[in-house]
Ligand binder design. Sequence first.
Ligand SMILES: NC(=O)c1ccc[n+]([C@@H]2O[C@H](COP(=O)([O-])OP(=O)(O)OC[C@H]3O[C@@H](n4cnc5c(N)ncnc54)[C@H](O)[C@@H]3O)[C@@H](O)[C@H]2O)c1
Ligand SMILES: [Zn+2]
Ligand SMILES: [Zn+2]
Length: 414
Amino acid sequence: MQALIFDKTKSDWDSTKGFELADVPKPEIEKDTDVIIRVHYAGVCGSDKGIWYRQAFKEQILGSIDAENFPPLERGGIKGEVEKEKHLSPSQSLGALSPRQERVTMKKSFRIIGHEFFGEVVEVGSNVKDIRVGDFVACESHVVCNQCYQCQRGQKEVCTNEKILGISHDGGFAEYARVPAHVVWKTNTGLIRPDVAAMQEPFGNAVHAASKVDLAGKTVAIFGLGPIGLFLLLIARARGAKSIVGVEPNPTSIEMAKKLGIDYVIKLENTNAEKPYAHNQEVTDEIIKITKGVGVDVSFEMAGFNSSVNNCLYATRRGGEIILFGIKIGDFVFENYNRLIVHGFTMHAVIGRQLWQTWETTRALLEDPGNQIQEKLFNVILDHGNGTILPLAQYTKERFEEMINKHPKFLIQM
Ligand SMILES: NC(=O)c1ccc[n+]([C@@H]2O[C@H](COP(=O)([O-])OP(=O)(O)OC[C@H]3O[C@@H](n4cnc5c(N)ncnc54)[C@H](O)[C@@H]3O)[C@@H](O)[C@H]2O)c1
Ligand SMILES: [Zn+2]
Ligand SMILES: [Zn+2]
């Protein structure tokens, strides 16, 4: 089957970019709890862009490919066979590798990218209870262990042993994907259109972020109007926020936010060259002005920049709430730490989606025609599909790179 992969034998992480379109073995049921999905649409997001430019997930991708190959004996091998190791190139079929000894000691060198996808179940393991062939499904991208301390206490989003689809577990930029049944989420295609269904995973991120506070009647600021910030705008509106202000440097995203009905949007123009971590005073002054000198009730940090975190601290009213969602590796500086305490902020860090509460809320929001969220997702964020849906067969590195830099969100169609 065709898939977009990172292959460590073909691409040196530090000196290359992009994904390879390759012929790889079609996945087969390995465990009796696996399901095979024929992928229809897969969403491309900032994390994939991070892999494309080799800015993120190096250790997770390289380490997990190695871990899948090691130790061979644990995969049922017999001592002595390790020397007979055989490299499995993407074009070789797994099925062709018999007898079993060769199967056991094969080396897999690639990762199939993609963690946001939607498709039809075509095969289920003998121990899969509630998923059937023919079901349409999306996937929770965090493959949790269900055994660790958090998993056993209802906090699966912070599982100690999780793997991530498309990063540390093969993903969905492929014709078929194998996933454990426990990450599969059934979707009613009579109520949710398939292209929108492929965005449930990142939409769920915004649902989770929004679930930390009651937004009804609140003034809200969203720092970063990338796809997830834009999803949050729709959710905050549906949750009855009184007014919503966004902060964003990218003109395309600003236009989208306006089309989605944001009340105010502030274009971020300047960064503080001397103190790159510091808040942008013209931005926070503007927000204080809009809120008549008070500050917003709730700030969402949806960009992952230090200055943006400090913008939250300077735009939120005393006693207000700050939801931190953007991710960046490294140290951040809190400006005027004492001010954070004296102003009595409540801060929340949000990762992933809660299983399965977030998915249930996501379903309720998407299935409700009254909020028009589905229409807005397709008409505005996917721009009616104009140049935002790439058939896998038409993949070229040039075209894909142009799309990741042009569209905040686009889909691959298998
Ligand atoms: N916590 C989680 O579970 C989780 C999951 C997915 C993504 N993320 C992170 O959340 C963030 C948003 O995700 P996304 O997919 O929408 O990412 P994205 O990178 O597409 O969007 C970020 C947006 O922020 C804008 N921006 C850049 N600098 C800014 C600044 N200083 N102030 C305000 N806006 C600024 C960018 O122009 C862009 O539109 C990213 O940092 C991403 O890594 C977190
Ligand atoms: Zn994503
Ligand atoms: Zn766990």
